[in-house]
Design a protein around this ligand. Sequence first.
Ligand code: SDX
Length: 393
Amino acid sequence: ETGLFTYDPGYTATASCESQITYIDGDEGVLLYRGYPIEELAENSDFLEVAYLLLHGELPTRGQQNEFNRAITLHTMVHEQLKNFYNGFRRDAHPMAIMVGVVGALSAFYHDSTDITDKKQRMIASHRMIAKMPTIAAMAYKYSIGQPFIFPRNDLSYTANFMRMCFAVPAEEYEVNPVLCDALDKIFILHMDHEQNASTSTVRLAGSSGANPFACIAAGIASLWGPAHGGANEAALNMLEEIGTPERIPEYIARAKDKNDPFRLMGFGHRVYKNYDPRAKVMQKACHEVLAALGVKNDPLLETAMELERIALSDDYFIEKKLYPNIDFYSGITLKALGFPTTMFTVLFALARTVGWIAQWTEMIEDDNQRIGRPRQIYTGARQRCYAPIHKR
Ligand code: SDX
């Protein structure tokens, strides 16, 4: 018999962890990385400088930055045998499926040399993870289009190296467009960390058991893939392409408001932001910069997105529920204009978020009070009862 339980969990919901890395004020639409506003970092910094900041807590001196860049550059290549993992996937496998598999496989190459109780080995593992993600991601893309893998080059910046590994072919020279590269670098900064979101919490929980960091990052990639989380950038672009023209927007707004319709406006709403996601503003600006650099005028997707935002933000339902565009609303348009297929959008999100995941994993491991994670539950199942043999059921 299952009696109705009245329960008193006997505890108030407590924060899952303390952290000094990222601060979000959802009501005010504020996002700080180690105290610096995301808008200032996106405007003035670059990927590896912000990566240093997230890992070490302070902006680097020139000497520290050069040493950090060198350390990352030294680890951009992957073991030749890692390439065999790609051949196990069908060519049309979703690149996120490949990322989960190949990043998890890094454990097999580095597990024995990653004693996570040793600070130096933790730092090398962090450098390896940050350095290899662009190479692994670019290889996933090349594999999906049947082109040969392109080796990393040590003379290029982090983001330029990634673009070249994605878009260069052995048959001809490839020049990275500095404006497009700068825009992608900015986009990576926007995606680097975001407090205790679903994928970061996954990495922390996996890491709390002492699992190696490569396996933890693979778990984070799996969580990020969901359309309610990092998969929303791909879903948002698919939605905008399905809407097609501004004339069809009211139909989709009505669906988003219909409680009986599971449809959600992709790229809208947020667990924390009840104001405009500050990253969405920077993303929209980057989108205009990329399209202008490519000489694209009146991009239909951007026009539909901006009209959708205008209508939604003046609609009582969205105002009452405090639903605003989030980082994923404009990112898909920008990434498509940069030449990436929709299936690579969440891979790029994972590439950038690896810095936040690794910084949060390190913070957790180095916390002397850290214990294995054990989320509480409220039991609402059957009362204790006796087994009944099958002939009596
Ligand atoms: C990311 O956590 C992070 O920080 C994540 C992230 C990061 O950097 O790691 O910021 C990245 O994941 C951004 C979010 C990307 N996901 C999407 O854009 C998918 C579409 N968004 C929704 O699925 C939704 O907004 C969530 C999942 C993001 C948040 O869901 P919640 O917590 O249920 O949102 P809420 O509590 O604010 O919702 C309030 C109401 C609810 O209706 P009621 O139950 O009150 O009747 O608004 C509704 C929701 O159903 N609602 C939407 C909506 N989002 C919420 N209705 C229509 N369209 C939407 N997009």
